[in-house]
Design a protein around this ligand. Structure first.
Ligand code: ADP
Ligand code: MG
Length: 663
């Protein structure tokens, strides 16, 4: 319900379109009812052998007689018998109001109606045609209006979804996973689209049609119409039952759709590995299982839908019968009451009964359509649960309420007694071990710090603190004495250049990829950065130079080339803090030497952190400080000379560091 109101708040941004579409729906329902009411004159003309003129004349005469009779009766009823008087008066009232309508028809409509029976019939058919055409026009415009509202709404929701996902922190994003995000923004949103469309078109139009027909049926004979309406609460109960089960089943299908996305992403994202290790069977089985789950869930939805339609239809028919059977009794026995209960004010004619039937059947058709939309709406609501859950998810790296001004880093970076624990899976029991344990580090501006240590010792985690990819569980990170949690993440990150092991390039040109580091830069600056990164040479040899597309994830370039472009991207940003996380691990030793020589000039006037496994002489020349990590702790920290003598470092060199090219 809450989500429903939220969708409504999106929809209501387009109030005018909505209002117009509702007006169209009102038009549709009026003409729908008009079409059905034409049954009355048609039956009159065809079966009761009289033109409308005669019918109206006879009726008026009859009614006048009735009123006359009751009025005389009224005079004879003693003043004390209030009940009898009231009853008689109400009959006079009923007859008078019908009389009023008939005289109106006599003066306004009848002059236009031909007296010949066939001509009357023909004009009725023409009227039917015109009414249908007008109804069609209304339907057309309603569909278009609703369609545009739906698309606008869904676009807004999808945008909010994307925005919300971008605001999330790295950990939450990692936990949700790209395939699930994709499933949310495509499949789940699509389900919502269908639901909102059904809502706007069917759920507005059909109840209006049903209401107009019911109102007309009440006008024809309210007592009988009331009998059939008694079915409505029962119908509500049935809908409620199916609805709850449908929603649950839809949730499950959407989850399995997310699994399908996940399976596809994993298989084709690592296509090379899959092929090299011939992992087809495993992936195929995984996919089949997810697909099968989706099938099972969908079939459940289908079964529920299939069951709900006939059930609601049968109940509708029962409702119509509840009115029709007594109605037929009244007509055929020419009476006005059954078992002493008065069901009509005057004996009913066949035409009246036929009209009542048409109108009640006219209520039934919208009901049938409604039971169809029901399934879609429930699915959409299930989709909206998931989409809004994503939109509402809060980042665990919150922005400060009143951020401090960031001045360019120029003094120091310090990490004080940092403990950090990765958030565990919500359903896994027990917390994860600490990834950082009482880690402290003081670095002055301009230092070049090598962070070394075994796999999983917490190096990447430590440096993830700086751009606030994660926040410490305990402890503080200060830049120039300011806690970085008091800075706007955007400002903070504008000072940081990052190059990681798996270089992420975007599917765009080389120039655009370098510009990503500083969108305001000119093309000349791009070329300078490329030159500094020693990438200019190979770029210029490419046929399209800087405008060469790099392919998906930079797949058209070699690892070393990609890495140099990533370096150029960091260089053009001109960061005061540079972080290289195993930037050279994936490239050949020549590229590595190139990168080190690039860094030699670039590190000047910046604070630089380099996580690496290879300590070549050229590299050690660059470095002013070495930090050794083990199991989340900083176990040694000092200048190259100091560290090289320390036992921790020797152990590391013998053990985990590779390749050892130490001087
Ligand atoms: P490395 O020194 O190799 O860069 P990391 O900092 O990546 O080590 O990892 C430190 C520890 O934290 C490891 O034990 C690893 O299992 C754990 N870890 C790293 N990233 C995550 C993550 N996203 N979620 C949970 N645990 C993680
Ligand atoms: Mg790492």
């Amino acid at each position: 319900m809450q989500n429903f109101l939220r969708i409504l708040s999106y929809v209501m941004r387009h109030r005018r379109l909505v209002a117009m579409s509702v007006m169209c729906a009102v038009g549709v329902s009026l003409f729908w009812t008009l079409n059905l009411s034409i049954v009355f004159p048609v039956v009159k003309v065809l079966f009761q052998n009289g033109s409308l003129h005669e019918y109206v004349d006879v009726e008026i005469a009859g009614l006048e007689g009735v009123i006359q009779e009751h009025s005389t009766n009224l005079e004879n009823i003693p003043a004390r018998d209030l009940r009898q008087r009231a009853r008689t008066q109400s009959r006079i009232g009923e007859a008078s109001s019908t009389l009023l309508w008939l005289t109106r028809i006599q003066t306004w409509v009848l002059p236009w109606v031909p007296r010949d029976k066939f001509d009357t019939m023909a004009s009725l058919l023409a009227l039917l045609l015109v009414a249908t055409v007008i109804k069609g026009i209304f339907i057309f415009f309603q569909d278009i209006l609703v369609g545009s509202v739906v698309q606008l709404t869904v676009n807004a929701i999808r945008q909010d979804c994307f925005r919300a996902a971008l605001k999330l922190d790295c950990q939450s994003l990692g936990r949700i996973g790209t395939p699930t995000l994709m499933a949310r923004m495509t499949n789940d949103v699509e389900q919502m689209t269908l639901a909102i469309r059904l809502f706007g078109v069917t759920l507005v139009r059909e109840p209006l049609k049903a209401a107009a027909c019911t109102a007309a049926a009440f006008y024809v004979n309210w007592r009988l119409a009331l009998l059939s309406v008694t079915m409505v609460p029962l119908l509500g109960l049935v809908f409620n039952y199916f609805g709850r089960r449908l929603r649950r089943a839809s949730h499950r299908t959407m989850e399995s759709m997310a699994k399908i996305y996940e399976c596809m992403g994993e298989t084709f994202g690592a296509a090379r590995i899959v092929m090299a290790f011939s992992g087809f069977r495993k992936h195929r089985r995984q996919f089949f299982r997810a697909n099968r789950e989706y099938y099972d869930g969908s079939m459940k939805v289908v079964r529920l839908g299939a069951l709900s339609r006939p059930v609601s239809e049968i109940m509708g028919v029962v409702g119509v019968f509840a009115a029709l059977a007594p109605g037929a009794y009244l007509v055929l026995r020419e009476t006005t009451s059954i078992w002493g209960i008065r069901l009509a004010s005057a004996p009913m004619s066949i035409a009246e009964l036929a009209t009542l039937y048409a109108l009640l059947a006219g209520t039934l058709d919208p009901m049938r359509k409604l039971s169809n939309v029901f399934e879609g709406i429930k699915r959409g609501l299930a989709g909206s649960d998931r989409v809004f859950a994503l939109i509402d998810q809060k980042s665990i790296v919150p922005e400060p309420r009143s951020p401090r001004m960031m001045i360019p880093h120029q003094a120091s970076i310090s990490m004080k007694n940092i403990n950090f624990r990765y958030a565990g899976d919500p359903d896994a029991s027990g917390a994860r071990p600490l990834a950082l344990r009482n880690a402290s580090l003081e670095v002055n501006f301009g230092e070049v710090v090598a962070v070394v240590g075994g796999n999983g010792s917490g190096k990447s985690t430590l440096l993830s603190l700086l751009p606030r990819f994660i926040d410490p569980t305990e402890g503080h990170v200060l830049i120039d004495g300011v806690d970085i949690r008091e800075l706007r993440t955007r400002d903070l990150r504008s000072q940081i250049g990052l190059v990681t092991q798996e270089t992420m390039l975007f599917n765009d040109t080389i120039c655009a990829n370098i510009l990503y580091g500083n969108p305001q830069a000119t093309r000349q600056m791009v070329m300078d950065a490329a030159r500094k990164a020693q990438a200019a040479e190979f770029i210029e040899q490419l046929p399209e130079g800087y405008d060469t597309p790099v392919g998906d994830r930079g797949g058209k370039l070699s690892g070393g080339q990609r890495q140099r472009i990533a370096l150029a991207r960091a260089i053009i940003r001109n960061p005061s803090i540079l972080i290289l996380d195993e930037a050279t691990s994936a490239v050949d030793s020549r590229s590595e030497d190139v990168i080190h020589s690039v860094l030699k000039d670039f590190v000047v006037g910046r604070t630089v952190f380099i996580i690496t496994h290879s300590l070549s002489a050229a590299f050690l020349d660059l470095v002013t400080r070495i930090v050794v990590m083990d199991q989340g702790c900083v176990i040694a920290d000092g200048s190259c000379e100091e560290i090289r003598k320390s036992p921790e470092f020797s152990r590391l060199l013998q053990g985990e560091m590779s390749p050892v090219r130490a001087a």
